[in-house]
Write a protein that binds this ligand. Sequence first.
Ligand SMILES: Nc1ncnc2c1ncn2[C@@H]1O[C@H](COP(=O)(O)OP(=O)(O)OP(=O)(O)O)[C@@H](O)[C@H]1O
Ligand SMILES: [Mg+2]
Length: 272
Amino acid sequence: MDAVTPLVLEAVRFGYGAEPVLDGVSLRIGAGEGVALLGANGAGKTTLTRLAMALRHPDAGRVVTAGRDTAGRRPEDLADVAGYLFQHPEAQLFARTVRAEVGFGPERLGWRPERVGAAVDHVLGELALEPYAGRHPYDLSGPTRRLVAFAAALVANPQLLILDEPTAGLDRAARARVADVIRRRRAAGVAVLAVTHDLGFAAGVLDRAVVLEGTQVSRDLPLVALLGNHPRFPAPPLLDLARRLGLGGAAPTIQALAPLLTSHPETGTLEA
Ligand SMILES: Nc1ncnc2c1ncn2[C@@H]1O[C@H](COP(=O)(O)OP(=O)(O)OP(=O)(O)O)[C@@H](O)[C@H]1O
Ligand SMILES: [Mg+2]
């Protein structure tokens, strides 16, 4: 992985018509960072992700994705460095089997068949999608389709993952698998920008919050500093529990909390 900054927006202005949706938006996401992009419906979250993926281009300012200025570039020109999960993944799926769908990106990048096959196997395994490998994406449930689209975003090992509502509609098990994958990728240096309304999920896998409001970035702060300190962003249950027990709460996952709970004077005896 090279040392370029995965995502830079500089004084970006963009509107679909005369009215700007984003105006004066600057943002820098470094390697391994996990950023929750938050904001009300219509705040411009998806629009920001489209700009990052060169699906749209700024009216003013600059967007530089993995060192590439998106000006004059198309989404395909970023396929080796940035993976994108659409908010509505139906728009993203077109192949006749899950295996072909997930392998399409690496094939287009010119990877040799054995390498494509190995990468597809790996990512289908990570998301427990092997049973669906030969199925048509349109025969799958909505949540499974979202996982397939996520697999397609991951398969080429991009240094930047942009995920628009990655857990929407997912059950607990699928949500946990997505969370595990994001944690592993981040530990390997991949930057993650996730649009989400799922604050429990965000608290478990991301650590920075960027809030869009009124065409601008209104807040850019550690996620734990936002959660519970803003009427629109309440602390999710695990973080709330950790705080009530005075356990801090930088990483409020069940896994991180369990050993603390068993040794805590208030809850340690619950184990017996
Ligand atoms: N293709 C488009 N053409 C015209 N206007 C659009 C288009 N896409 C989005 N908009 C408008 O731009 C604004 C921002 O939309 P965007 O989809 O980026 O919001 P969002 O924060 O992702 O919202 P949500 O949480 O509902 O997904 C909204 O007013 C929306 O109606
Ligand atoms: Mg959106």
